[in-house]
Design a protein around this ligand. Structure first.
Ligand SMILES: *[C@@H]1O[C@H](CO)[C@@H](O)[C@H](O)[C@H]1NC(C)=O
Length: 227
């Protein structure tokens, strides 16, 4: 009788022990889950705010050094989309601004202050080249000269006009032809060739558009003039 009672007590004791251990594990586990959740949350990236890439003046691919002007210049696309000139984040000429035209588009900028002095366009398909020559002769020393073509920049272009543009630092103006695309940034009074020039020939074999070569785009930084 005593033995049976003892065995029963033992069985109950063991049962309670198992239950206690089981409960303890359950508690521990839920507790760990809870903590783990907190820990994970701490290491997970905080609010994933999409970081915008830095924007540079004129949407340049990189920013210009101190004491430089930023520019971007795009030629016209066939006879449809006009050229675009941006200087220090200001759009100087564009189709949207409605101040571009067929031929050669020109913006003049003060090389010291970066201020826009003048914009104009000269129709070289049916216009008068003497107007372009007059404009070129009147450019003040120290001016930055931005030029971009639209449609046909060359039919009316003559030696005198080409020479005046060569003096601004151009290398390609002498061979600019019918419906070529050309973008250029030079300076009045510079003694060297400008590094800022791109030229693409109108060539039926390689043209991107029917009758016109592809659009040219050029960006760069121009040192501020001090003397
Ligand atoms: C820069 O790019 C944005 C987005 O395409 C455009 O809206 C803006 O006009 C551009 N700025 C210039 C100065 O071209």
């Amino acid at each position: 009788m005593m033995r049976a009672g003892g065995l029963l007590k033992l069985a109950v004791l063991i049962s309670i022990l198992f239950l206690a251990v089981f409960l303890a594990f359950e508690l521990l586990e839920s507790n760990m889950n809870f903590n783990l959740g907190k820990v994970l949350a701490r290491y997970a990236p905080a609010e994933t705010v999409p970081t915008k890439p830095p924007r540079h003046k004129c949407n340049l691919s990189k920013s210009c050094p101190e004491d430089h002007f930023a520019f971007k210049i795009t030629s016209g696309a066939a006879s449809v989309v006009g050229p675009k000139m941006c200087f220090q984040d200001n759009v100087l000429m564009s189709g949207v601004k409605n101040n571009v035209g067929r031929g050669i588009n020109i913006a003049l900028i003060n090389g010291k202050t970066g201020e826009l002095t003048k914009t104009d366009s000269f129709d070289m398909w049916s216009g008068d080249v003497n107007q372009l020559i007059k404009f070129l002769k009147e450019i003040e020393d120290g001016s930055i000269v931005m030029m971009a073509t639209f449609d046909d920049p060359a039919t009316k272009l003559n030696e005198e006009a080409r020479n005046l543009i060569t003096e601004l630092g151009s290398s390609s103006i002498s061979i600019l032809g019918f419906r070529d695309n050309w973008v250029f940034v030079g300076g009045k009074g510079i003694k060297t060739k400008s590094p800022f020039e791109q030229h693409i020939k109108n060539n039926a074999e390689t043209n991107k558009y029917e009758g016109w070569p592809e659009v040219l785009e050029m960006e760069g930084c121009i040192p501020v003039k001090h003397e």
